[in-house]
Design a protein around this ligand. Structure first.
Ligand SMILES: [Zn+2]
Length: 404
């Protein structure tokens, strides 16, 4: 009986054209199908999000994403250190071990180098496809949401020099004012930016009270911002902060000048709340800081808002020079301290960091790349036009009409 069965199987194997294909060729075909599916999947998700930003806004950014971000953040938030940093260090440490193990394991098999290289290529593409898909679903889709300027119905027409001067003047005045409040009129006091837990509490409070920014800005429960241990290395790459979507953690360098801590922490916390684009995270940070009752946040926010001046410099250099004279010595010293801090780290590594960031932003549909940071000026101008630079809080929520 078994002989009959064996001979039947042999006949079937010999006569079927499928079995004329060698096993490793069959494996390669199957792997290439997997590669195509796994590389196409994130591209389809990415492309669909760009076609339907309203659906992304409604069902993802204000729908499932807040639950995803808060769930991951609540797990990583149990740790007092950055899980993303630890994971990255482990990955770097384990890479040589993996390479050694891989070379050793493939040497044992009787395969040519071209077959081995093909297998490695297919597996790498599959891994990249899965990584890109997980990134899109866990946070990356927020790049495809509606622009904040249209959600908040901002007037996006180009301002003339007089209007720019008026807005920049207001920011300069507020910067001078809150410098004195923070330093208690004593420039020898360095300001009290050392208590990062208190700064975070003030930022969270301002987020929870804000009624201008779309949901889930006012929602709590996202992971707290965490300082990284390798701050020197991160500064060398020209990065003050970074949001890790895979761990839901806003990370930042605590060694930057103290007056920049609130705006940097609020920026990374904006990313955690689903504001992915850099100009929008900067704008959210500006609104959160300047509408806070904590003068340290106000000073940090207005100091970051001085970027509007550079737009005035391009539009009317004479008006810019006149206005720049109104900025007092205290804030000027702080701007110099900021410049000197980053100048210490400028070099080939910071250039590389800038290029990688530019590539990453462009790959996520931000056409301007790293110039996206400077586009915050247009949002600040829209904000001053509509709300005179005063963010509506809980008590005057009824006055505000926010389109969505
Ligand atoms: Zn950012």
């Amino acid at each position: 009986m078994s002989c009959v069965l064996m001979s039947t199987l042999q006949v079937a194997e010999n006569s079927s054209p499928e079995y004329e294909v060698r096993p490793n060729v069959r494996d390669a075909r199957r792997d290439w199908i997997a590669v195509i599916v796994l590389v196409l999947a994130p591209l389809v998700v990415y492309g669909s999000a760009r076609i339907f930003p309203e659906l992304v806004e409604r069902f993802y950014s204000r729908g499932v994403y807040p639950y995803i971000g808060r769930s991951i953040g609540s797990v990583s938030g149990l740790l007092p250190f950055s899980l993303a940093e630890l994971g990255l260090l482990c990955l770097l440490a384990l890479t040589p071990v993996f390479v050694f193990w891989y070379i050793k394991s493939v040497r044992r098999r009787a395969e040519s180098w071209s077959v081995r290289a093909g297998v490695l290529l297919r597996r790498s593409l599959c891994a990249l496809g899965i990584l890109a898909l997980v990134f899109q679903l866990m946070w990356g889709l927020n790049y495809g949401r509606l622009p904040l300027a249209s959600t908040l119905a901002f007037d996006r027409s180009r301002p003339d020099a007089a209007e720019l001067e008026h807005i920049a003047h207001e920011i300069v005045d507020q910067t001078n004012r809150y410098y004195h409040v923070v330093h208690n009129d004593d420039p020898s006091k360095g300001g009290s930016f050392d208590d990062q837990a208190a700064l975070e509490k003030s930022i969270e409070e301002s987020y929870s009270k804000n009624r201008l920014l779309p949901w889930p800005a006012s929602l709590g429960g996202f992971a707290s911002p965490k300082p990284v241990l390798l701050h020197d290395l991160m500064a060398r790459f020209g990065i003050a902060g970074m949001y890790s979507p895979f761990t839901g953690e806003p990370n930042y360098i605590e060694t930057i000048p103290g007056f920049d801590l609130p705006s940097t922490m609020a920026h990374e916390m904006a990313h955690a709340r689903g504001f992915a684009r850099e100009d929008e995270a900067d704008f959210v940070s500006f609104v959160i800081c300047t509408s806070s009752s904590d003068p340290r946040l106000k000073y940090s926010g207005y100091l970051s808002g001085l970027r509007v001046l550079s737009q005035l410099a391009g539009s009317d250099p004479q008006r810019y020079r006149e206005l720049a004279k109104l900025l007092e010595d205290g804030p000027k010293r702080d701007l110099k301290a900021r410049y000197e801090f980053w100048a210490r780290y400028s070099g080939k590594t910071s250039y590389l960091g800038n290029r990688v960031n530019d590539f990453y932003l462009k790959a996520n549909g931000i056409k301007s790349g790293v110039k996206n940071y400077d586009e915050v000026s247009a949002l600040i101008i829209g904000y001053f036009r509509r709300f005179k630079g005063t963010s509506p809080q809980e008590e005057d929520y009824a006055r505000v009409i926010v389109t969505s």
